[in-house]
Design a protein around this ligand. Structure first.
Ligand code: MG
Length: 330
């Protein structure tokens, strides 16, 4: 381990995993934490419990703001475990001098998103720190959800299952990068940030037998697939040309030298279902976003690895993202 924490330790990829396992898991170890699911299952699996802190810069960006992100992020992690988001806490750390009108705008967008989830903020904390001690505003939300569909887990993947992505990938990371760099794109590009519970509810109501579900936040789809491959000890084979990517996101990726599959999303998820469930699941998902697509299958070709098959017939491993990806995207 490094002697000091680097930006890469927060990337949602390899260094982030190393930090978590070598420091936090080592000291906090218990069987609930070590499951490494999107949310912890507590009270005999009746409740899902999760937390997330938000440090995004800039605070306002096309399609959202830090408030929307703070509710979506936590509620989505609950939804990914098959839970209905119920109660959240909201803790804020505010820099002296921050405009109250901006704070109110952010809180208003949190409330709007809570209503979409049918959840409420029931507790909170407010800290104000001297100018320069924090950059404008950081928010932490913690949430509890009621399990509506038990049994969803990163450990459930089996040979033959289909892998579906809920829409085009990388929009959030690309949007934040463009907003931050002041890239004057004559573009309609905006964050994918959205509450996923309504779509998850539609899948549950249609009796789709969901094996695994995970929102592709930091580290993107590449991180989710690698986490699943290692948790379930399977190989995930992805058809590269099937991965939906917007043209504008592709352009920004070329600029950055990143792959869209490694860019962060805030309202895009990956689903694993049995092959015979895939077309039903895809139909439902396409009603929420037309770009939903079946992108691959689970095999035993190279257990614990993700294989990317190109349209020219070449194969390469898609690794857990590493290095300094974009910091402060969430
Ligand atoms: Mg998640």
């Amino acid at each position: 381990m490094n002697k000091t924490i680097t930006i890469a330790h927060g990337n949602g990829g390899a260094e982030n995993h190393e930090l978590i396992s070598k420091i936090f898991y080592r000291h906090f170890h218990n069987e609930i934490l070590e499951k490494s699911e999107d949310a912890a299952l507590i009270e005999d699996g009746r409740l899902a419990f999760t937390t997330d802190s938000f440090t995004v810069s800039p605070l306002f960006f096309p399609g959202g703001d830090i408030g929307k992100l703070a509710v979506c992020g936590t509620c989505n992690d609950l939804a990914m475990m098959g839970a209905k988001p119920r109660y959240l806490t909201c803790s804020v750390i505010i820099e002296e001098g921050f405009a109250t009108s901006e704070l109110e705008k952010i809180v208003r967008s949190m409330q709007k998103e809570l209503e979409i989830n049918g959840a409420k903020i029931v507790s909170g904390d407010t800290k104000v720190v001297p100018r320069g001690s924090v950059d404008k505003l950081f928010i932490n939300t913690t949430g509890i959800g009621e399990i509506a569909k038990p049994g969803i887990s990163a450990h459930n993947l089996q040979e033959g299952m289909a892998i579906i992505v809920s829409r085009d990938v990388g929009a959030h990371g690309a949007t934040i990068f463009a907003a931050r760099e002041g890239i004057a794109l004559e573009s309609t590009l905006e964050t994918d940030c959205t509450s996923l519970y309504p779509e998850v509810k539609a899948l549950i109501d249609a009796d789709v037998e969901i094996a695994a579900m995970r929102d592709a936040t930091r580290g993107g789809v590449a991180a989710v697939l690698n986490e699943w491959a290692s948790a379930s000890e399977v190989c995930i084979e992805i058809e590269e040309e099937k991965i939906p990517v917007q043209e504008q996101v592709r352009g920004i990726c070329e600029l950055l030298g990143f792959e869209a599959v490694s860019l962060a999303n805030e309202g895009t998820f990956v689903l694993a279902v049995a092959e015979e469930e895939a077309s039903n699941a895809l139909d439902i998902m396409k009603r929420h976003h037309e770009n939903a697509e079946i992108i691959g299958t689970v095999t035993m070709e190279h257990p614990q690895k993700v294989l990317l098959n190109s349209s020219w017939g070449t194969k390469r491993f898609l690794d857990l993202p590493s290095g300094e990806l974009l910091p402060r995207i969430c």
